[in-house]
Design a protein around this ligand. Structure first.
Ligand code: MG
Length: 158
């Protein structure tokens, strides 16, 4: 068993939606990012890489690389899942927390869970999606951006 954690933050910018866990969530802001700025998938990618001892998302998918401009971050997770499979590893479970005042996660929680389960090749019961505000404190509390944290457990595929 191997455990990994990931954290990601993006600032809000102009736009009318944010991507969270591969799901397009309507919002009155977008995020400033090189890729699609999906904080959930970026935190998850880092958690997967961390558990396998494979560094971090920035090493594998440089934010200066034109290939990742506007990229669907699902591709980062899929690429890392292939790296894990090559090493005989699979996901046991994942626990994700979104930190933001808005958008509210409740209405899209089940959809995000299902999408993450698909990407991680596990049952939806093995994925948990939580959300919290920071009680109006700090940059998240002032709704200047959005953050996500992820923890994953990897098991031997055997
Ligand atoms: Mg990011």
């Amino acid at each position: 068993m191997k455990i990994g954690s990931g954290l990601d933050v993006h600032a809000f910018g102009p736009g009318e939606h944010v991507m969270l866990g591969g799901v397009r969530v309507p919002h009155d802001r977008g995020v400033l990012a090189h890729s699609d700025g999906d904080v959930v998938l970026h935190a998850l990618t880092d958690a997967l890489l961390g558990a396998a001892g494979l560094g971090d998302i920035g090493e594998h998918f440089k934010d200066s690389d034109p290939r990742w401009k506007g990229a669907d971050s699902s591709g980062f997770v899929r690429a890392v899942m292939r790296m894990l499979a090559e090493r005989g590893l699979r996901v046991g479970n994942a626990d994700v927390t979104v930190l933001a005042e808005r958008p509210k996660i409740g209405p899209v929680r089940a959809q995000i869970r299902a999408r993450l389960a698909e990407l991680l090749e596990v049952a939806p019961e093995a994925v948990n999606v939580k959300a919290t505000t920071t009680e109006k404190l700090g940059f998240l509390g002032r709704a200047e951006g959005i953050a996500a944290q992820a923890v994953v457990l990897l098991l031997d595929a055997g």
